[in-house]
Design a binder for this molecule. Sequence first.
Ligand code: 3HC
Length: 302
Amino acid sequence: MSIAHGIKRLGVLGAGQMGTGIAFVSALHAKVPVLLHDKSAHQVSKGISLIDKLLAKDVSKGRLQPSDAEEARARIQTVDAIEAMRDVDMVVEAVTENLDLKRAIFREFAAKIRPDAILATNTSSISITKIAGAVIPEGVSAAGEEGKAASGRVVGLHFFNPVPVMKLVELISAVQTSQDTLDRSRAFAEACGKEVATSQDVPGFVSNALLMPFINEAIMCLEKGVATRDDIDKTFRLGMAHPMGPLQLADFIGLDTCLFIQQTLYKGTSDSKYRPSVLLERMVDAQYLGKKSGRGFYEYNN
Ligand code: 3HC
């Protein structure tokens, strides 16, 4: 028997590419009303126009009835503060990768969102256990019933970019995550049309612990002159049927994001195999951040 996710209303924090994609699949596939918030009004309007474009494309391709698109769009509401999310059954955080920022946000969620709501993070590498530790009220024992109830609702729900296209959600359990939170989060991701793979809370989880060394090795190959950019990418596109070679994929993810994840892996494991390449560091220093900045290993006309 499938488990009901019980999410009647969802909050999404962060209207960047990931948050927007999560709002989109939740409203369209899981058919759940979504409250979307970002501290930048500009980001919110960019996110909403992307959602409108995606729905219009699905209608024009005959995959979606205009009335279904309208209903999905009507399920997404933008709100101007976390307070407006107080009655949601789940909130998914998709803001910048920064542990202190995420811990502060989760503390705020814990104070402002109903106590039985699931608190999920879309982080790509930060420890879910460290984030969960932030929601325990001061003076409360982490191991007592109150502490366990507070942190047991925190979970990692890692979507992949572009969210509307990629079929996977990685489900990560913090040390504290309750079985009920895991079961309902899995059911919700499936209702969004995704398949779920689970990972322990290790730096980078399964996905980025394997992907980032691959990308880093590709950058080192380029750095050492082993092959050209185009030949490195061609090797994986044509030799291994990857949709993008590793250098193009790094640009697509964002070189700053790749560097951040690699630094998290290196710091979290002290294993030299995760040490970021100097070339990647220099490119980020130069603000060549990949597709989003118009220049990375390739150039883009955004
Ligand atoms: N948002 C929504 N849909 C998008 C999109 C976006 N940003 N980019 C492309 N698409 C859709 C297109 O609209 C098109 O849909 P359609 O078939 O309905 O028309 C479909 O994807 C294919 O797009 P294109 O024909 O334009 O281009 P490609 O065939 O080259 O596909 C791609 C684009 C889907 C991005 C493909 O190149 C790909 O799969 N690349 C690898 C992506 C990947 O590995 N993502 C994971 C990154 S790692 C990650 O997210 C984890 C994080 O923690 C780092």
